[in-house]
Design a protein. Structure first.
Length: 293
């Protein structure tokens, strides 16, 4: 077998390999965050984007593309998307802690902010030029193109820290998911603190992920359900299984997007929506005794 050329080596190390690693990290992070959100809210339809973070990041990206507050270029878009996502998290979890809202109240705050940020984003798109509008829309599709090794290092660090923290809270998640807040409190778990603390960490991980690759939906909903169907609801097994399934889903979707209309590359967010929507409908229609398995 002939050795690879310098050009092939450059393509492998700067294009192919970063894309594969990014797909695995993004899918794993969103699968993990989705499982935690579903457990802490007691809502099997929850996802990392339930609190409105995707609309907030989209608004931030639009601000970065139109106004360049951090300078011109991709880094400005990333910083703007991350910053507005943090503002969203501060409002949601600040109100949740200050007003001692339960899971339903927290979700309603997230829904309200989702509409607010979405409307603001639409207003900016209305005022954007054709080129700026194309950039905003392309960002919203979600794409693994152009992620660098320093960004991959940040994604890896976020995923490892979140995974370690959530595994330590696996018993608390079991109680909150199975018996609700009252049962968890009766056994010594501060459900409100776990929900706010876990939600803040979920938001940080999801914000970093979205900032780098755009909005990639369905993974945070579908991966936990597939994991439950395969191994059950014990979080010491469910959390790593959700990471693995989420990683494989994004990697498979990206592979399909790169090959189905080659040489045209479909953004992974579009492919996941096409795959995820029918799978999501199946999960809803297969609902049994009030839960989706």
């Amino acid at each position: 077998m002939e050795p690879i050329t310098h050009t092939q080596e450059v393509i492998l190390t700067t294009l192919r390999l970063p894309r594969v690693v990014t797909a695995l990290l993004v899918g794993g992070a969103l699968g993990l965050c989705g499982t935690v959100m579903q457990s802490t809210t007691g809502n099997v339809m929850a996802s990392p984007f339930t609190t409105g973070i995707s609309s907030a990041a989209g608004l931030g990206a639009a601000i970065g593309i139109l106004f360049h507050p951090f300078g011109v270029g991709e880094q400005s878009v990333i910083l703007c998307a991350f910053s507005v996502a943090l503002v969203n998290a501060g409002v949601v979890y600040g109100l949740t802690a200050a007003k001692r809202l339960n899971a339903g109240g927290m979700i309603l705050v997230g829904v309200a902010l989702n509409f607010l940020f979405g409307s603001a984003n639409s207003l900016l798109q209305y005022a954007a030029s054709e080129d700026q509008l194309a950039q905003i829309v392309h960002w919203s599709f979600g794409s693994l193109t152009g992620v660098t090794w320093p960004q991959i290092f940040i994604l890896t660090l976020c995923l490892l820290i979140a995974f370690a923290v959530f595994m330590r809270l696996a018993w608390s998640f079991n109680l909150m998911a199975s018996g609700g807040d009252e049962s968890a409190r009766a056994l010594g778990v501060n459900a409100g603190a776990v929900r706010v603390g876990g939600g803040v960490l979920v938001t940080l991980v999801a914000a970093v992920t979205i900032s780098f690759v755009g909005v990639i939906g369905f993974v945070g909903i579908v991966a936990p359900h597939v994991a439950r169907m395969l191994i059950g609801s014990e979080h010491r097994c469910l959390l790593p299984a959700s990471v693995l399934i989420g990683a494989l889903l994004v990697l498979a979707a990206d592979s399909i997007g790169r090959t189905i209309l080659s040489p045209t590359v479909l953004p992974v967010g579009i492919v996941l929506s096409v795959i995820g929507a029918p799978l999501f409908l199946y999960l809803i229609l297969s609902q049994r005794r009030g839960r989706v398995y």
